[in-house]
Design a protein around this ligand. Structure first.
Ligand code: FES
Ligand SMILES: [Fe+2]
Length: 345
């Protein structure tokens, strides 16, 4: 499968990476992530060039990653710097090393041939560093192509059907869709699927988790897709005629990274501007999200992938398209063009 390469993908939460090497498959490549004693995280190809043992099964010695099989050691650039077998260091003894960027609460990896460019990471996730917000986060491994997860996020018309916890008490799924106004914004490298309801009862969690008692509010859920497979979700609810930033703001990051063409890492972080120091809110909010993603979205996306057989491109199967598919289809087209351009270049 051909992926966009000269861009940043979420590789791991920083807390996952320590001096104990972590194996992770990213874009079809075996990668090992580890931290040297100065606290800096590194990523190398997870395959020794000698007999192809996983370096992730080895350990760090003096900040060098030692192969668990015959003891070759590699530095953070992937060069073999120590050979215990008395012969000279083989010139070919090196593994690929991948630049990492520690930003917005995430370790991002660059697997392209062009020099890594930090400016290519969108700044939509800056809420992570804003003391006015508090985030909870999680991780799922989904047995499906990464673009099916992006489709799911970009088409929230599934929410009233798949996610009963987000229901609006007293309003049916069909009525809720009717009350929701939508707008699609297509930019050269961004698709925004905007959805809002003015002057309507807010959803369950706005009341139960955040304590709003207003009978009606202005609610929004705007999904921004950023290539290749990042989502900035701008959700919230504000009092009638109140500025959005004064109301409940729930910005979120969804970062999806292909492991293989049929499996994906799904990292999510959900921030809030209310009840920042309340551990109970952390716990309840995370439980609501984990329930939605793990018990509702993930089984559906995996079942969808299973019904698609080995096919990874949903459009190749000539699906029936609804109006709400405009956003995911636009994102797929933009990404396909970017991948084509990168390959041609
Ligand atoms: S397989 Fe790594 S040193 Fe032999
Ligand atoms: Fe969902």
């Amino acid at each position: 499968m051909t992926y966009l390469r000269n861009c940043w993908y979420a590789a791991a939460w920083p807390h996952e990476v320590s001096e104990a090497p972590l194996a992770r498959k990213l874009l079809g490549h075996h990668v090992v992530l580890y931290r040297t004693t100065d606290g800096v995280a590194h990523a190398l190809e997870d395959r020794c060039p000698h007999r192809f043992a996983p370096l992730s099964m080895g350990r760090l010695i003096d900040d060098q990653l030692q192969c668990p099989y015959h003891g070759l050691r590699f530095d953070t650039d992937g060069a073999c710097v120590y050979n215990p077998h008395y012969d000279a260091l083989p010139r070919a003894a090196k593994v690929a090393s991948y630049p990492l960027l520690d930003r917005y609460g995430m370790l991002w990896i660059w697997m392209g041939d062009e020099p890594a460019d930090p400016a290519k990471l969108p700044d939509d996730f800056a809420f992570f560093d804003d003391p006015g917000f508090k985030a909870v986060s999680g991780y799922l491994m989904v047995e499906a192509n990464y673009q099916l997860i992006v489709d799911n996020l970009l088409d929230l018309t599934h929410a009233p059907y798949l996610h009963p916890a987000f229901a609006i008490p007293g309003i049916s799924a069909g009525e809720r869709l009717k009350l929701t106004t939508t707008e699609l914004v297509r930019l050269p490298q961004r698709v925004i699927a905007r959805r809002w309801r003015k002057n309507c009862p807010p959803n369950g969690p706005t009341r139960t988790l955040f304590g709003f008692t207003d009978a009606v509010m202005d609610s929004r859920s705007h999904m921004h897709w950023l290539p290749p497979s990042l989502i900035y979700f701008d959700a919230g609810a504000s009092r009638i005629n109140e500025a959005e930033e004064l109301g409940l703001c729930l910005p979120a990051m969804h970062a999806i990274t292909p492991a293989t063409e049929h499996s994906s890492h799904y990292f999510f972080a959900q921030a809030r501007n209310r009840l920042l120091d309340d551990a109970k809110t952390d716990e309840t909010l995370l439980a609501v999200l984990v329930n939605a993603f793990v018990n509702e979205d993930e089984p559906m996306i995996e079942a969808q992938q299973a019904r698609m057989g080995g096919e990874t491109d949903v459009l190749a199967l000539d699906p029936v398209l609804l109006k709400s598919d405009a956003a995911p289809v636009s994102a797929r087209r933009i990404l396909a063009q970017m991948i084509d351009a990168e390959q041609a270049g």
